[in-house]
Design a protein around this ligand. Structure first.
Ligand code: NAD
Length: 499
């Protein structure tokens, strides 16, 4: 399919994409695929006021009925999976299988949220006073602002929106300025679900097209009760304090620097496949991408050699084509950051395999690159940074405790994994003295999380949790109720206060 056909099949008319100051380019070949009008930061107060009005109505809709809207959204997404998946590939460059997988993740979280809409459980709590009962109840929170990154242009929105909507919140979404088309396509899909639903308030979902300035205006706006921001640690370091200053709530999902330990007892065939997928999937542009590999010294040399050989056979190319496993980087800036990191790694004693720009003749305006493996003598400065590109630093260890300490000795704390068949090692890795990450896996790689668990990480990754488990509590406000059904007024802690 041509780029235009992909855009048309995702529901865009040609006129919609022809005017405006934002030039949208596909990383597939670097061509401009749309021009869009952008919002101005001064638009945000009116947008947030409309969202508050939508919230005032939506919060009164019974949660299982709210779930029905999300069920319809899931149905619409099922019908649009191919079209939206292909648009994801066109706009952010991940291979089609991963574009489709991202839409599947949206469908999965909708299913989860529908069930959740009947399970927003509170507690009953034992009261110390006779004739009293205590409860904990959960109420809708308010307007939820979602700021998303380019690399998961649609799933991250849906993780937030599906949960926020069943929780009774309205949503304002500011997608990455690099991936506005997928957001507009999602808004069309949402509108179809809302039309079938019938009586959803207007402006329950609004999309803000624009860059950082629009994000800043959202973050500072008092109407927005919750800011769920996904992106770089640099962005989170700016967002967190601004939201805290106005006593708003934030969920921060920031950069990762994820590691894997391969122990001597590991199933090495499985480990090899897991390393390759985790390190080069999405061309190394996942927050959970494997970036640091600790190999036991008894297997280091042979495993590294097999890895280098496996990398040489990986098909790099147009992500829309069958058989491609590695698509382009999002843009020239990412390619330059990768080349700079490799230069620094060499200066810090690393030996680089791969990492050369490629396909420049076929796609001169795109940024394709061979993934790199860097054999490092130690965890030097460059290894402790997240470079958002396919660079895998490989290091040697002899003692598991040292490997775990090195794994934890970075500012980020998103995802981690160990390959071992030794139950002591596996349990140690996920124990209190093990990985310090939000995600710690055994015998699978650090990337590719399922929606059922709470997703997020510690330290510079921001501490937020979204998606499954009880992450929904972040989208609601907790209320403690004490009910006196006696004829007396006993005070807590046995205090007497007679007058
Ligand atoms: P980015 O930080 O450049 O941009 C992310 C979003 O934040 C964009 O919408 C951008 O417009 C907005 N933004 C930037 N500065 C802002 C500010 N000061 N105030 C408000 N909004 C602002 O990130 P990116 O390059 O799009 O994405 C890659 C990064 O995202 C990587 O670091 C990756 O690890 C991280 N990421 C994290 C997760 C996670 O769940 N932890 C998931 C995906 C991506």
């Amino acid at each position: 399919m041509t780029h235009t056909e992909i855009l048309m099949s995702a529901g865009f008319g040609q006129d919609e994409l022809a005017h405006g100051s934002l030039s949208v380019r596909t990383p597939v070949d670097g061509t401009e695929i749309a021009r869009l009008a952008v919002h101005d930061p001064s638009d945000i107060p009116a947008i947030s006021a409309k969202s508050r009005t939508a919230f005032a109505a939506w919060r009164q809709v019974p949660p299982p009925r709210r779930g029905e809207l999300v069920r319809l959204l899931g149905e619409e997404l099922r019908a649009e999976k191919e079209n939206l998946g292909r648009l994801v590939t066109l706009e952010c460059g991940k291979i089609l299988q991963e574009g489709l997988g991202e839409v599947q993740e949206m469908i999965d979280i909708c299913d989860f949220a529908v069930g959740l809409s009947r399970q927003l459980y509170g507690l009953t709590i034992a009261s110390e006073r006779p004739g009293h009962s205590m409860r904990e109840t959960w109420h809708p929170l308010g307007v939820c602002g979602v700021i998303s990154a380019f690399n998961f242009p649609v799933a991250v929105w849906c993780w937030n929106a599906a949960i926020a909507l069943v929780c009774g919140d309205s949503v304002i979404w500011k997608p990455s300025e690099l991936t506005p088309l997928t957001a507009l396509a999602c808004a069309k899909i949402f509108q179809r679900a809302a039309a079938r639903f019938g009586d959803a308030p207007g402006n329950l979902l609004q999309v803000v097209i624009g860059g950082r300035e629009c994000g800043e205006a959202l973050v500072a706006n008092d109407n927005i009760a919750l800011v769920s921001a996904t992106g770089s640690t640099r962005m989170g370091a700016m967002v967190g304090p601004v939201v805290a200053q106005r006593f708003g709530r934030s969920i921060l999902e920031l950069g990762g620097n994820n590691a894997m330990i391969v122990a001597p007892s590991a199933d090495l065939e499985m480990a090899l496949r897991a390393v390759v997928f985790s390190a080069v999937g999405t061309a190394g542009q996942r927050c959970t991408t494997l970036r640091r590999l600790f190999l036991h010294d008894s297997i280091h040399d042979s495993f590294l050699q097999r890895l280098i050989t496996a990398y040489e056979s990986l098909p790099i190319g147009n992500p829309l084509h069958d058989g491609t496993l590695i698509g382009p980087l999002i843009g020239r800036q990412s390619l330059n950051a990768m080349l700079d990191a490799l230069a620094q790694a060499r200066a810090e004693g690393g030996t680089v395999h791969g990492g050369e720009p490629t396909l420049q003749d076929t796609y001169p305006d795109a940024s394709y690159v061979a993934p790199a493996i860097v054999d490092m003598p130690a965890q030097t400065a460059v290894v402790t940074q997240e470079t958002f590109a396919p660079i895998l630093y490989v290091m040697k260890y002899s003692d598991l405790a040292d490997a775990i300490a090195a794994q934890n000795d970075v500012p980020q704390g998103l995802s981690s994994s160990i390959f071992t068949t030794d139950v002591r090692e596996a349990e140690t890795f996920i124990s209190v003295t093990g990985s310090d990450c939000g995600i710690a896996n055994v015998n699978i790689g650090p990337s590719g999380a399922e929606i059922g668990g709470a997703f997020g990480g510690e330290k510079e990754t921001g501490g937020g949790r979204e998606s499954g488990s009880d992450a929904w509590k972040g989208y609601m406000r907790r209320q403690t109720n004490t009910i006196n059904y006696s004829r007396g007024l006993p005070l807590a802690q046995g205090i007497t206060f007679d007058f």
